[in-house]
Design a protein around this ligand. Structure first.
Ligand code: IDP
Ligand code: MG
Length: 154
C-alpha cells in the first residue's frame, strides 16, 4: 500500500469540480485516508513548492494556490503515487490526454486543477506537511473486498 498527497486546487474548487474529481479517485479504488479543506498560507505553500523556488512561475503559482480554498487529501492504494500521476495527466491542460483529469477539465498551464506527489519521497514529505499523524485515518472500505485480490495485496 502506498499513500500520495492530492490537492484539488483553487480552480477546481471555484469551478465546482471537487465532486467530479474526487469521484474519479473513488471509482478507481483509491481510499481517502486524510482530508482537509482550507485556504493555504503562502508559508506552507513555500514549503510545499520548495523545489520550484527559482522557477519563473513560482510567485504566480504561490499567489494562485493561496488565493482561494483547496481540498487537500491523502489517498491510499497499491501504487497510488504513479496511478494518481497517470490520472492527472501532463502538467498543462492543453497537453494532457483526454481521459485524464487535466486533459478533460482544463486548458491552462498554471490552472491545472490538481496536484499529485511525484515520488515516494515527495509523498512522504508532502503528507507530513499537510497532516499530523493522528489526522490520517485507518479504515476498511467494505467494497475493497472486490477492488483487490489476494495477489494485489501480496
Ligand atoms: P506537476 O504539477 O505536473 O508536478 P510541476 O512542474 O511540479 O508540475 O509544477 C508545479 C505546478 O506549477 C504545476 O502543476 C502548475 O500549476 C505550475 N506550473 C508549472 N509550470 C508552469 C509554467 O510554465 N507556467 C505556469 N505555471 C506552471
Ligand atoms: Mg510536481
Amino acid at each position: 500500500m502506498e499513500r500520495t498527497l492530492i490537492i484539488l486546487k483553487p480552480d477546481a474548487v471555484q469551478r465546482g469540480l471537487m465532486g467530479k474529481i474526487l469521484t474519479r479517485f473513488e471509482e478507481k479504488g483509491l481510499k481517502v485516508v486524510g482530508a482537509r479543506f482550507a485556504k493555504l498560507s503562502e508559508d506552507l505553500l513555500a514549503q510545499h513548492y520548495q523545489d520550484h523556488k527559482e522557477r519563473p512561475f513560482y510567485k504566480g503559482l504561490v499567489r494562485f494556490m493561496s488565493e482561494s480554498p483547496v481540498l487537500v487529501m491523502a489517498l491510499e492504494g497499491v501504487g497510488a503515487i504513479s496511478v494518481c500521476r497517470k490520472m492527472l495527466g501532463a502538467t498543462f491542460g492543453r497537453d494532457a490526454e483526454p481521459g485524464t483529469i487535466r486533459g478533460d477539465f482544463g486548458i491552462s498551464r498554471s490552472y491545472n486543477l490538481v496536484h499529485g506527489s511525484d515520488s515516494p519521497e515527495a509523498a512522504q514529505r508532502e503528507i507530513g506537511l499537510f497532516f499530523d499523524a493522528e489526522e490520517i485515518v485507518e479504515w476498511h472500505p467494505a467494497g475493497h473486498t472486490w477492488v483487490y485480490d489476494a495477489e494485489d495485496l501480496g
